[in-house]
Write a protein that binds this ligand. Structure first.
Ligand SMILES: *Cc1c(COP(=O)(O)O)cnc(C)c1O
Length: 240
């Protein structure tokens, strides 16, 4: 147990601050759900804990959070290991290299970032062994391939590939609203793409969209999985 002898940090108030931010976001979600005329039970809130230590995940777990998101395998794997006495649901939300796909499935229950055929191929053998893995297809809403996600024109081919792979269960679409744009219209585009996807995969109607800055807009456009980081965790230490 570490002590902060210098007394320069605000550690003593951190747990209360965390609980307060969580409650504030939960209230914001409840408001948006009301405005949208939706049912709160349709929505899963994933707290994205990237760059934060396992101890923060444990605190959030103590506050009742069960769904956690991580975006880098090298950080996520030791956290999942450190929390193996708990029963969290791990969501992998970052760009995924094919060579790490198998290792990620050792702890991740849901992969939100399936964006190319080669990654489906890499997930397939591991998915056959693991209990069924839930996946989202990440849609790129920009013209920049570096942002991750499949181009809208290639969505159907990618979906067919997942549907033809045993062990992968296609939940729906994931997207990040482009920086500087209007998030509501971006999320409306995702919803329209979801209608296309459901012609191939009628049950793949879930929508993973909405972050700290735009979860209200996402809820209004039908989000079922919110990925919220800093509004709950506070400022990320280090990069991010
Ligand atoms: C970091 C991250 C989030 C959460 O972002 P915040 O703005 O901190 O809420 C959501 N989705 C993905 C893919 C992320 O990488």
């Amino acid at each position: 147990v570490s002590t902060s002898q210098a007394g320069t940090t605000s550690d003593a108030s951190a747990p209360a601050a965390l609980a307060a931010r969580l409650a504030e976001v939960q209230a914001g979600i409840a408001d948006a759900v009301d405005v949208a005329g939706r049912d709160a039970a349709e929505i899963t809130t994933i707290v994205v804990t990237k760059f934060h230590p396992a101890s923060l995940v444990r605190e959030l777990y103590g506050l009742g959070v069960r769904n956690f998101g991580e975006n880098r395998h090298q950080d996520a794997a030791p956290k999942a290991e450190a929390l193996s006495d708990l029963d969290p649901v791990w969501h992998f939300v970052g760009q995924l290299q094919s060579k790490k796909a198998k290792a990620v499935l050792h702890y991740a229950h849901v992969v939100h970032s399936v964006d190319r055929l080669s990654l489906v191929g890499a997930l397939a053998p591991a998915a056959e062994e693991a209990p069924a893995t839930d996946v989202f297809l990440q849609l790129n809403l920009t013209d920049d391939p570096a942002r991750g996600g499949v181009a809208p024109a290639d969505l159907e081919a990618l979906a067919e590939s997942v549907l033809g792979t045993g062990g992968l269960r296609l939940l729906g679409l994931m997207a990040v609203a482009p920086l500087g744009g209007d998030p509501r219209s971006a999320f409306a585009d995702v919803r329209a793409a979801s209608v296309r996807l459901q012609q191939l995969a009628p049950t793949a109607s879930a929508l993973s969209m909405g972050m700290s800055a735009d979860y209200r807009e996402a809820i209004l456009e039908g989000a079922t999985h919110l990925r919220i980081g800093s509004a709950i965790t506070g400022i990320r230490p280090g990069a991010g």
